[in-house]
Design a protein around this ligand. Structure first.
Ligand code: NAG
Ligand code: NAG
Ligand code: NAG
Ligand code: NAG
Ligand code: NAG
Ligand code: NAG
Ligand code: ZN
Length: 508
């Protein structure tokens, strides 16, 4: 695996040098040959590339993507582009074919990697006589024994269940009841399994429910639910009064490993030692076609990549379409983790574009700062601020907390940032004044659902943000003047401490 991986990674670089070195060394170079160089194209111009972005073209691509998502129907009974589905394979083919059409402007490479994917077919939790409405199986949870309901007493685990000594002996054969906090959900589930629990429930330390994931599978993981603090409270009270509470837990699920693919395209022109990088994720969740999440970002990138071919660039531009984002940033993590140090240093910055046209949108900028994030992250943040200001558009800051594919870059010292338009967060009154739409509703009412279809994008917002993506590419493809040089690849403690997400789901 290590080998094929290395090859895929270096493909871009190798191909670039192969194209350039013979040309530069050629002693028989004539004026005629110089005249047909691609640099005859005008140098990238932000205004001009922004003018080329059109809502019609984006919308046509969205319609195409929805048709592709329908390929997932046979296996999933509804359109989806989740990794491993025909809808995702179709998405990868579409991106690849569209890039091939752009001729030799780009070197395209595939990076194949193993991805853990989990599927929950059915689940049910009954505590005493109640069916808690907030009970949600954790991502990548295994099934209960024999995919059958299990019955047992709830046993309150001490502290936050991060140490084996927190588990009383009567957890064996029972259902561990564990408080959220301190260590990842996966560690709690593993500890419960080692202590002989038949299932585990992690209850929130806040009122609401927990949408979490166990992360990397362990043979000791047991079937695990998340539960809201509200619904846990009466249960904890009873258990503390040493009253007996029994429960029935049932999860029918499968966790498996598949191969999936990141697609990376880099301009053959421009300085490959100073790379402008940007990415979006090619996959959706299994519940739906993912046209806003993240069909929108993926198609924005494709459109910008396509319009960029009208220009020459000073710095190389590298586009990435990540797979397995929804399973926990698998593709982008893998990409950064396997980058040799000298390749890491060539990436001057990484820009993340996930969910560009939420129907009840806000123009959101990740609050990336140089105090906590690699030097340059704040300059990128300020580029977005300046642009919205110039367009006389309002914007808000949102936490830069590991929810999307920038995470691996920041953790490996590469400056990063990005923009978004909102997922399952609730629009405030103030934001309604700033952006229109409806206060009290989710920014994307179809987030991670079947209705994330072509009707689930606000084309106005999508066009605005695609122009901003084009502007970000144009700015850095032209020059890194005033942008901090790369230094360390060391991760800041402060970032790690503040990060509770790894992808769309909480892991701790
Ligand atoms: C960039 O493009 C715009 C619009 O097409 C044009 O007005 C402007 O002169 C161009 N700028 C440069 C420096 O070429
Ligand atoms: C890269 O992946 C795409 C999408 O799966 C596929 O169509 C293409 O043939 C692959 N190319 C190579 C060189 O493997
Ligand atoms: C942005 O992050 C900085 C550094 O963490 C913090 O001081 C500031 O309050 C944040 N701003 C907003 C608007 O969230
Ligand atoms: C920006 O927000 C203010 C309210 O804070 C609002 O009055 C104004 O119309 C908004 N501007 C735009 C372009 O929506
Ligand atoms: C998209 O947002 C704009 C600006 O808020 C609004 O005027 C328009 O009606 C929205 N479009 C749709 C289809 O909701
Ligand atoms: C960040 O970059 C700026 C501008 O290049 C430089 O002056 C500053 O010393 C850098 N800060 C750190 C902590 O490296
Ligand atoms: Zn997403």
């Amino acid at each position: 695996m290590g080998h094929s991986l290395r090859l895929a990674l270096c493909a871009t670089v190798a191909a670039t040098s192969a194209l350039q070195i013979p040309f530069l060394n050629s002693p028989s170079r004539t004026h005629d040959q110089v005249a047909v160089q691609p640099s005859e194209k005008p140098l990238i111009n932000s205004t001009a590339i922004q003018e080329a972005i059109s809502g019609d073209r984006l919308l046509r691509r969205a319609e195409k993507l929805y048709e592709i998502a329908k390929l997932g129907q046979e296996e999933y009974n509804h359109p989806t582009r989740v990794i491993g589905s025909a809808g995702h394979a179709g998405t990868l083919n579409y991106i690849y074919e569209e890039l091939l059409k752009l001729g030799d402007y780009y070197d395209i490479s595939n990076q194949s990697f193993p991805a853990v994917s989990g599927k929950v077919f059915e689940s049910r939790l009954v505590i005493g006589n109640d069916v808690p409405t907030s009970a949600a199986p954790m991502g990548l949870t295994p099934a209960t024994k024999n995919k059958e309901p299990v019955h047992g007493d709830l046993v309150l685990v001490k502290n936050e269940g991060c140490q084996s000594t927190d588990y009383p002996t009567d957890v064996a054969g029972s259902i561990a009841f564990i408080k959220r906090g301190t260590c990842p959900f996966g560690t709690k589930s593993e500890n419960a399994g080692r202590a002989g629990a038949i299932a585990a429930i992690v209850y929130n330390d806040e009122k609401e429910g927990v949408s979490g994931t166990l992360g990397t599978p362990s043979p000791y993981h047991v079937a695990t639910f998340g539960l809201s603090g509200d619904e846990a409270e009466p249960v904890i009270k009873k258990l503390k009064q040493t009253k007996r509470v029994d429960a029935i837990a049932y999860i029918d699920a499968e966790v498996g490993s598949i191969l999936t693919v990141n697609i990376v395209a880099q301009t053959t022109g421009g300085d490959p030692e100073n790379v402008v990088m940007l990415g979006a994720h090619s996959d959706s969740v299994d519940a739906g076609p993912g046209i806003n999440d993240d069909g929108s970002g993926s198609l924005s990138l494709l459109e910008v990549a396509s319009q960029l071919t009208g220009f020459s660039v000073n710095n190389a531009v590298r586009f990435a379409w990540w797979a397995g984002e929804e399973e926990g940033l698998l593709g982008s993590d893998y990409y950064v983790a396997t980058l040799p140090e000298d390749e890491n240093q060539k990436i001057r910055l990484f820009m993340d574009y996930d969910m560009m046209g939420s129907p009840n949108f806000a123009y959101q900028i990740y609050n990336a700062t140089n105090a906590i994030n690699p030097n340059g992250s704040e300059e990128l943040r300020d580029l977005y601020i300046d642009w919205y200001d110039e367009q006389k558009l309002n914007y808000t800051f949102i936490p830069f907390d590991g929810r999307s594919d920038y995470d691996g870059f920041i953790r490996n010292g590469i400056p990063g940032g990005g923009i978004a338009t909102g997922a399952e967060g609730i629009k405030t009154k103030k934001e309604q004044e700033q952006f229109g739409g409806k206060a009290g509703d989710w920014y994307d009412p179809c987030y991670h659902q079947l209705c994330d279809d072509v009707g689930n994008v606000n084309v106005t917002a999508w066009v605005v943000n695609t122009k901003l993506i084009a502007h970000s590419v144009a700015t850095y493809a032209k020059s890194f003047k005033g942008f901090p040089k790369r230094t360390t690849s060391v991760v800041s403690e402060a970032y790690v401490e503040e990060t509770k997400y790894h992808g769309p789901r909480l892991f701790v």
